[in-house]
Write a protein that binds this ligand. Structure first.
Ligand SMILES: Cc1cc2nc3c(=O)[nH]c(=O)nc-3n(C[C@H](O)[C@H](O)[C@H](O)COP(=O)(O)OP(=O)(O)OC[C@H]3O[C@@H](n4cnc5c(N)ncnc54)[C@H](O)[C@@H]3O)c2cc1C
Length: 304
């Protein structure tokens, strides 16, 4: 049995791994991937020490720092359920493997929300994307639609007006993005904004060829040609593995104390999956570090 299991290898889990190693904890890092959301980030300008760094480069630096330490790693392993056992916890992977530890740091971050319309699942990876930053260049010179009205959607539209022939931005509500982003967007000549329009369906043959939208005020239905549809309607926490173990907040986030304790002794959480308000790399990394220091104190008390 490991002393500490860290679930998730985004900034929170990777920072936690460094702190765990420096406390000489027998630790296991289990994660679906290395880097989490940072893999979807083209450029970062707000991580201390770098005026600008690409997401992939920052993750490579994190990974190389972690790999200097004797931390057991199971990367490419997704946990479906975490349960209590005598003296600790057991995490069960999607393929049925079990991993045990005295204490757990849950740092599984967030994932893009689904729209829930017809055609979305069918055309995922065939024109439907949840990351304009990652997949945008594939649609160079083509017509695309972006669904959403917040900062991520308008930010994606700003990226795509430089790449695509035309961008249709479809938002269920009036745009809620920062005014500075909206002002920049309306300067573009190749964008149409459909605010207060519901996306009804995504259609196509082998690949996406368009979407159907309906005006909430006018009731009017429109078909918009699109080779790519980017769904940018926010993120949902990856908290399913602990949903039967602890009470989540109304957004599905894991509530934590300022020392990263959950309501269950021995279970800690850090980063975007928690109710800590700011979802940023530097915050997640700091929270991961704090969580391990608290977990280490708890393990020392157990040993007394
Ligand atoms: C497009 C985009 C741009 C961004 N730009 C910036 C920026 O410029 N600056 C900034 O500070 N922040 C930015 N952010 C936010 C930042 O990326 C996140 O706040 C940060 O990555 C959160 O770190 P985390 O470790 O909590 O979670 P994540 O990065 O989400 O990592 C979670 C980890 O958990 C793993 N995982 C998830 N579920 C399971 C499971 N069931 N079993 C095992 N492993 C699991 C994942 O594989 C991943 O490794 C951006 C985010 C996005 C999406």
């Amino acid at each position: 049995m490991h002393e500490l299991m860290i679930i998730g290898a985004g900034p929170a889990g990777l920072a936690a791994a460094v702190y765990a190693a420096r406390k000489r904890l027998k630790a296991l890092l289990v994660s679906g991937d290395i880097g989490g959301q940072v893999n979807q980030t083209l450029g970062i300008e707000n991580y201390l020490g770098y005026q600008f760094i690409e997401g992939a480069e920052l993750i490579a630096k994190f990974e190389s720092q972690v790999s200097q330490f004797p931390i057991d790693q199971k990367i490419g392993t997704r946990i479906s359920r975490l349960g209590e056992i005598t003296d600790g916890f057991e995490a069960i992977s999607e393929t049925g493997d079990g991993f045990q530890a005295r204490v757990v740091l849950f740092a599984t971050g967030k994932r893009p929300k689904k729209l829930g319309v017809s055609g979305e699942a069918e055309f995922a990876g065939k024109g439907v994307s949840y990351c304009a930053i990652c997949d945008g260049p594939v649609f160079a010179g083509q017509r695309v639609a972006i669904v959403g009205g917040g900062n991520s959607a308008v930010g994606a539209a700003l990226d795509m007006v430089r790449i695509a022939e035309h961008v249709d931005l479809v938002s269920l509500t009036p745009l809620t993005a920062d005014i500075i982003l909206i002002e920049k967007l309306v300067e573009a000549s190749n964008v149409s904004v459909y605010a207060q329009y519901q996306t009804e369906k995504i259609y196509g043959n082998a690949f996406v060829s368009g979407i159907v939208i309906k005006g909430l005020v006018t009731g009017e239905e429109k078909r918009l040609d699109a080779s790519g549809v980017f769904i940018e309607i926010g993120l949902a926490p990856n908290s399913e593995p602990v949903k039967d173990l602890i009470e989540l907040n109304k957004w599905g986030e894991v509530p934590v104390s300022c020392a990263n304790e959950t309501t269950m002794p021995g279970l800690y959480a850090a980063g975007d999956v928690t109710d800590v308000p700011e979802k940023q790399i530097i915050v997640a990394a700091g929270e991961g570090a704090k969580a391990v220091l608290q977990a280490h104190r708890y393990l020392q008390q157990l040993a007394k």
